[in-house]
Design a protein. Structure first.
Length: 366
């Protein structure tokens, strides 16, 4: 059997009981779905002559415990290794060689076995990542060591235990929702070469601190909802940076460097909690700043019927107006008191009725 020809087709698809796979060195191309769901395979050897792995070629090889990509490979197609090692209990570390130019949608997605991803330095051609590692539930570390990388939409989205990200200088494009839904991610330093940040890059990554170039115009919801974000600019010496602004919480601890360049200055005002940027949630939905207790000036009050608290001698009352347009928002107003006595009659004892009134939000409330 000519393996060189077989590997171009889906000859081994759903071969559930194949346990070993040795691809000859003469093979250069693995075709679409060639070994899709060969779920008994525990090891695969991909020879150095392979230059392209097509869509779904090694999809859902759940028992594989390790993977080494050959240095000559240039293309990894959609779902190429989706679900890799998902039931193996292994810790797989993926290195993308410097000759790879394209990694397709969900190429390494939907697995908890992949623990780290490294993109090699020293590449001459651009590498396009296209949602390649989304929903990698065990992925903890991402190192992109080459500046010739285009990080596409959703590349590391919903990598729920991702903690560490390193991005090389030279990277210019970060797509939409790239590092979103990564609640354990601590810090991301976007290089000074970045010219485009997509929407929701760190959406639902609430503990992250992001450093980004001041020259980048942030699109809708690019860095909202994270712990803090700081804009910086590179100084004329090309070796140091200045932090220009800080939003959300003040910087708890100023790092020594950003993207390898020393920080020359952080204005005192950006370390002062009283001068931080107030965050009121999406579309001004919160009554108070989530960092301090300042009332949102754009908050729309929706008042309940007040609760009246009377003094023992009925000389004074307090009206408590509760706003339902924002959690925990209450205001107390001291009311003016008037008294009125109704005459007694033969069937009912006379009673004293006290009426309190207050002018609130332009209305007289009794």
């Amino acid at each position: 059997m000519d393996m060189k020809e077989c590997a171009k087709h889906v000859l081994f698809i759903y071969c559930y009981y194949v346990e070993e796979l040795d691809i000859p060195d003469s093979v250069t191309y693995i075709g679409k779905n060639a070994f899709w769901r060969c779920e008994a395979l525990e090891a695969i050897h991909i020879p150095s002559g392979i230059t392209e792995i097509s869509e779904g070629a090694f999809g859902y090889l759940n028992k594989v415990t390790e993977l080494t990509l050959p240095s000559n490979i240039t293309v990894i197609g959609k779902n190429g290794f989706v679900g890799l090692g998902n039931t193996s209990g292994a810790e797989i570390h993926i290195t993308i060689p410097k000759n790879v130019m394209y990694v397709g949608y969900k190429a390494f997605a939907r697995t908890e076995a992949i623990k780290s991803v490294t993109v090699e330095a020293g590449r001459k051609e651009n590498l396009q990542l296209d949602g390649a590692f989304r929903v990698c539930g065990g992925l903890e570390s991402v190192e992109i060591l080459s500046g010739n990388v285009i990080i596409g939409n959703n590349d590391f989205r919903s990598c729920s235990v991702l903690k560490n990200v390193t991005l090389a200088n030279g990277i210019t494009t970060i797509g939409n929702y790239v590092f979103s839904s990564a609640p354990y991610l601590q810090k991301v330093e976007f290089p000074s070469t970045v010219t485009s940040l997509g929407m929701g890059v760190l959406y639902k990554s609430s503990e992250a601190v992001a450093y980004y170039p001041s020259s980048v115009e942030l699109p809708y919801y690019a860095l909202e909802g994270i712990k803090t974000k700081a804009a910086y600019s590179v100084n004329l010496d090309g070796k140091t940076v200045t932090i220009d602004s800080v939003m959300e919480t003040p910087l708890e601890k100023t790092p020594e460097t950003i993207c390898g360049m020393k920080i020359s200055a952080v204005p005192d005002e950006y370390k002062d909690e009283e001068k931080h940027f107030h965050y009121y949630g999406e579309e001004n939905s919160q009554a108070y700043c989530s960092i301090c207790e300042q009332l949102n000036p754009n908050h729309i009050h929706i008042w309940n019927t007040p609760v009246w608290n009377w003094e023992d001698d009925y000389s004074k009352a307090t009206a408590v107006f509760s706003c339902t347009g924002g959690a925990g928002h209450e205001e107390e107003v001291i009311a003016e008191i008037t008294s009125q006595t109704t005459p007694a009659d033969c069937t009912k004892k006379g009673e004293t009725v006290y009426t309190a009134s207050v002018l609130f939000e332009g209305k007289n409330v009794q």
